[in-house]
Design a protein around this ligand. Structure first.
Ligand code: E4P
Length: 213
């Protein structure tokens, strides 16, 4: 299973670059950094060898395709994030024929994911946290998408997105999702367990009883 970092913060990416397989950004995450988008994207792509998702802002097909080509020119590992709309899927179809990798974002149903795959999306990002927030079951949607993709052997890869807590990562792993994109604070929590801390403390305490040579 691949883990991506869901952030546009360069310090966070530098710290965890040894671990993560890629990075996803979105307009809200970029806005938090208070820096020009292309500068941030260039810097992230230099740190991370794996895929780095960067989102278009246009809502019409031609605007999205134009922006996507500009973003793809920033670095070889840029993946262009396209919103799940009818125009967005037209753009994905054009970009896929051009060999530009895409990540269809803001996916909330298996039918949306089906259309994204049919249009040639490289990745699809179901937002599990936002589905849960709206009273739905985000992981059930991921399960449906994985089932549909498996049935038709679509090559589109599922990125479990909008991850809110370690339980989401575990559930994604149990479902066999190929990728989860995880915020910095959630990823840091995956390392920890109270019994690990207690175990280290006890070992260090006991070690003081070992006679020195
Ligand atoms: C995914 O690519 C998005 O950047 C992200 O996971 C959205 O998460 P949020 O719902 O916490 O904003």
């Amino acid at each position: 299973m691949k883990l991506y970092l869901d952030t546009a913060n360069v310090a966070e990416i530098r710290e965890l670059a040894w671990l993560v397989d890629g990075v996803t950004t979105n307009p809200s995450l970029v806005a938090r950094e208070g820096r020009p988008f292309r500068d941030v994207l260039r810097e992230i792509c230099a740190i991370v060898k794996g895929p780095v998702s960067a989102e278009v802002i246009s809502l019409d097909r031609d605007g999205m395709v134009r922006e996507a080509r500009e973003l793809a020119a920033v670095a070889a590992n840029v993946v262009v994030k396209i919103p799940m709309t009818e125009a967005g899927m037209q753009a994905v179809q054009v970009l896929s024929r051009d060999g530009i990798t895409t990540n269809v974002t803001l996916v909330f149903s298996a039918n949306q994911a089906l259309l994204a795959a049919k249009c040639g999306a490289t990745y699809v990002s179901p937002f599990v946290g936002r589905i849960d927030d709206a009273g739905g079951d985000g992981m059930a949607v991921v399960n449906e998408i994985l089932t549909v993709y498996g049935q038709y052997e679509f090559r589109t890869e599922v990125i479990v997105a909008s991850v809110r807590h370690p339980g989401h990562v575990l559930q994604a792993a149990l479902l066999g999702a190929p990728i989860a994109t995880v915020p910095y604070d959630v990823l840091k929590k995956l390392f920890g367990h109270p019994l690990t801390d207690a175990g280290i403390a006890r070992f260090l305490r006991d070690w003081q009883q070992v006679p020195s040579a």
